[in-house]
Design a protein around this ligand. Structure first.
Ligand code: G6P
Ligand code: MN
Length: 445
């Protein structure tokens, strides 16, 4: 079986390869094709994969190419993990927004819109090529903003594109852990959009255990979301929000902390990764060791400003490895071998949330089998959550419309309608600021 990784020179590719190395079963991936625009990044990552494969019999064979069509032909699965504009682009997304006094973050608010506007045209081009060159392949989208990008691709690939994110999995795992439940035996009642969802219940043996957690302040304050959002707010909500909702519920504090930070997250990662890729050019570099050190530092500092404003302290050691590669592997196995499982994924709504149309991509538990991912029925969201989900979906639709038409006015509308952008004038200046710094937005006029 052949797996093609787009963004194959990306820093997190070794996580995926590491997961593949643990898979010894019949029907596993035997061939990995890395595609990237940048040769030196491919070379760096291939060195890490080489070292990972040492001593592993029948490790999947790795090849690398900068030719997209060649990478796609004959693929059974395609992982898309690209970053249009690179981490420098991410740093610009953050800085332009923060200079306007609104949130500058990879996926949420103005920064997420800018990233979406740059990424959607590229993702659509990929989707079209996949439809033509590898129509039987399944495309697993990691590329952020994952919900929006998956929806853009689904217009060309239908349900053959599935978006993944590890944050709902991490959230479910943490809640199960504090409740003393085995995550494998728990049913997590989660729904929303990517980076905008809520856990409303966690059932074990048919019993909802979440009320027990909400009733116990010590337990509730003992894990990441309890520390981030505070016990009182979680009890008011009666649900546990995805960590990215911190940017909504504590927006002012998050914006201030991000403005005051020495470097934005994007700038920090840009520097960190530049050092890593530089080091990989040295023939004597210990690739896997350097990669692992860099990864550990990245994970330890994830959302550190948010945690600081909340007084949440360091991340729990158990939370450090997100498990993104495990979701990807589980999804691939379920489809390729009809190993039925349930995973929280980004798929077309198909009536799951009655307030959204059938084609809106949402994040929801899905039954996965050889026929793909099937969203399960869930209870409706409360009004406050429905309000946010509908506003943000409306913004995503404007982003998709702007990317399709090239209309600057539509791009302004996308920013202006976002609940975290507080003036149409700010939206106008954001579009100006972003088009000034991003060559990838030259299509807007
Ligand atoms: C979480 C999010 C991902 C994001 C990742 C890394 O897992 O769900 O969407 O890519 O964190 O964030 P970072 O700030 O380290 O790039
Ligand atoms: Mn994510």
């Amino acid at each position: 079986m052949k797996l093609t990784i787009l963004g194959g020179g990306g820093f997190r590719v070794p996580l995926v390869y590491g997961a593949l190395l643990t898979d010894r079963a019949e029907g596993r991936v035997t061939e990995v094709v890395l595609h990237d625009l940048d040769d030196s990044r491919l070379y760096a990552v291939a060195r890490v994969l080489d070292e990972q494969a040492v001593g592993v019999p029948d490790a999947p064979k790795v090849t690398a190419t900068t030719d997209l069509d060649e990478a796609l032909r004959g693929a059974d699965f395609i992982f898309s993990a690209i970053r249009v504009g690179g981490l420098e682009g991410r740093a610009h997304d953050e800085r332009v927004a923060l200079a306007e006094g609104v949130l500058g973050q990879e996926t949420v608010g103005a920064g997420g819109i800018a990233y979406g506007l740059r990424t959607v045209p590229v993702a659509v081009d990929i989707a079209r090529r996949v439809a033509r060159l590898a129509p039987d392949a399944w495309l697993i989208n990691f590329t952020n903003p994952a919900g929006l990008v998956t929806e853009a691709m689904s217009r060309h690939l239908g349900d053959r594109v599935i978006g993944i994110c590890d944050s709902p999995v991490g959230l479910g795992r943490r809640i199960a852990r504090v409740l003393g439940a085995n995550p494998r035996e728990a049913w997590i009642d989660y729904v929303g959009l990517n980076h905008l969802g809520w856990v409303r219940g966690l059932r074990v043996a048919g019993r909802d255990e979440l009320p027990r957690l909400l009733a116990d302040p010590d337990l509730l304050g003992s894990f990441e979301e309890g520390k981030l959002f505070g016990v009182d707010w979680l009890r008011s909500l009666g649900a546990i929000p995805n960590e990215y909702l911190h940017y909504y519920y504590f927006n002012r504090e998050a914006v201030r902390a991000y403005q005051q930070a020495e470097k934005t997250r994007g700038a920090f990662l840009a520097d960190q990764q530049a050092r890593f890729y530089e080091e990989m050019k040295r023939p004597d570099a210990a690739a896997l060791t350097a990669w692992d050190r860099t990864r550990a530092e990245r994970e330890a500092t994830y959302m550190s400003e948010n945690r600081e404003t909340a007084g949440a302290g360091e991340r729990d050691a158990d939370d450090l490895s997100g498990g993104y590669e495990k979701v990807a592997l589980a999804l691939m196995r379920a489809i390729a071998r009809d190993e039925r499982t349930t995973l929280i994924l980004n798929v077309r709504n198909q009536g799951t949330l009655a307030v959204l149309d059938a084609d809106a991509v949402i994040e929801v538990p899905c039954l996965v089998d050889a026929n793909g991912a099937h969203p399960v029925a869930v209870a409706p969201l409360p009004d406050h959550a429905t309000g946010l989900v509908c506003s943000v979906k409306a913004v995503e639709r404007e982003v998709l419309a702007a990317a399709e038409s090239g209309s600057r006015a539509t791009a302004v509308k996308a920013f202006a309608l976002h609940p975290l952008v507080d003036s149409v004038n700010v939206a106008r200046r954001l579009v100006e600021g972003y088009t000034d710094v991003h060559p990838g937005l030259a299509y807007l006029d």
